[in-house]
Design a protein around this ligand. Structure first.
Ligand SMILES: N[C@@H](CCC(=O)N[C@@H](CS)C(=O)NCC(=O)O)C(=O)O
Length: 301
């Protein structure tokens, strides 16, 4: 069985989603701690420039974005499933709930708490168009948006159901948990949470899922594992009407700003995901996997 390696840092909310998937599926995994700020030379050696957190590595296969990590882990360990009910509802609730992430980040940037100066400087460079001095002005509006999201979570759980979509835990719970679990770190966001009894009880239930069996690994050892591994065989791709063919030279452009652009050769092109091959100096041949959602793939050759 190839080993699972998560490149992450402990404070990362999105990484918490994947750590919880590990716990939910009772998986053993290696944890590689990456820097919170750039540069991240060992991570980008594997990703070719993609910098967001977390990234999942299985041998010489690199899975970027938590949506892709969820699909990969669902294939790796189908039982218990992250999709026990209607898949569109699960994805929809997951995506909606994660809108709280940038609301919370903006509130923390504008009103203080959680972030130090190095972090703020790095994120300013990551998002050159954003005017951080304006964050303070929009804190009240962001607090109201966050309150609206939290209110809907409280309503959803108000009939006494244990999980957001009913009796069974799903990806929706893990996606909704991570942007909200750190709201106690700021008095204004804590005040939004305090009256929400159903949300608080659900936090306890989801937190209890745990992280599975985690062992720390050095980043250099993770690169050596990629170097010594062969990428897993790819599923056949039916031709899709996007003007691209397998073998094309492409760039992957994440639509979330500042994520980093990656170049490679298109090797798989499915409806929900695609993959590119790239050569890394230290890790050899790698296959990088991306979800369709939020990632553009553009022919360069
Ligand atoms: N859509 C991405 C979002 C991930 C994301 O924004 N993660 C934050 C940390 S929680 C991040 O990458 N921040 C910048 C960094 O870590 O360099 C996903 O689902 O993986």
């Amino acid at each position: 069985m190839p080993e699972l390696i998560l490149h992450h840092y402990d404070m990362s909310p999105y990484a918490e989603k994947v750590r919880l998937i590990m716990g939910f599926k009772s998986l053993s995994w290696h944890s590689v701690q990456i820097p919170i700020v750039m540069p991240k030379p060992d991570l980008t050696e594997l990703t070719g420039g993609y910098r967001r957190t977390p990234t999942l590595q299985i041998g010489a296969d690199i899975y970027c974005d938590t949506k892709m990590c969820a699909l990969a882990l669902e294939r790796f360990q189908p039982d218990p499933t992250l999709f026990p009910g209607d898949p569109a509802t699960t994805w929809a609730v997951s995506r909606w709930a994660e809108t709280s992430f940038m609301m919370a980040v903006t509130i923390f940037l504008g009103s203080g708490g959680l972030f130090d100066d190095d972090f703020i400087e790095d994120r300013k460079k990551m998002l050159p168009g954003a005017d951080f001095s304006k964050a303070k002005l929009i804190v009240p509006a962001k607090l109201m948006q966050l309150r609206s999201n939290l209110d809907r979570l409280e309503m959803q759980l108000g009939d006494g159901r244990p999980y957001l979509l009913g009796d069974q835990i799903s990806l929706a719970d893990l996606s909704a948990y991570h942007p909200h679990r750190f709201l106690d770190a700021n008095p204004a966001t804590k005040a939004l949470l305090d009256p929400l009894v159903h949300v608080r009880a659900w936090f306890e239930r989801i937190g209890a899922v745990g992280h599975g069996e985690r062992r720390e690994l050095d980043a250099k050892d993770a690169i050596a594992i990629a170097h010594d591994a062969k990428p897993a065989p790819l599923a056949d791709s039916a031709p899709l009407p996007d003007g691209l063919s397998l073998g094309d030279a492409v760039v992957v452009m994440p639509e979330e700003p500042g994520s980093g652009v990656v170049a490679g050769e298109l090797v798989a092109s499915g409806l929900h995901e695609f993959a590119i091959r790239r050569q890394s100096e230290r890790a050899g041949e790698l296959i990088l996997h991306f979800p369709r959602e939020d990632y553009l793939v553009i022919k360069t050759g």
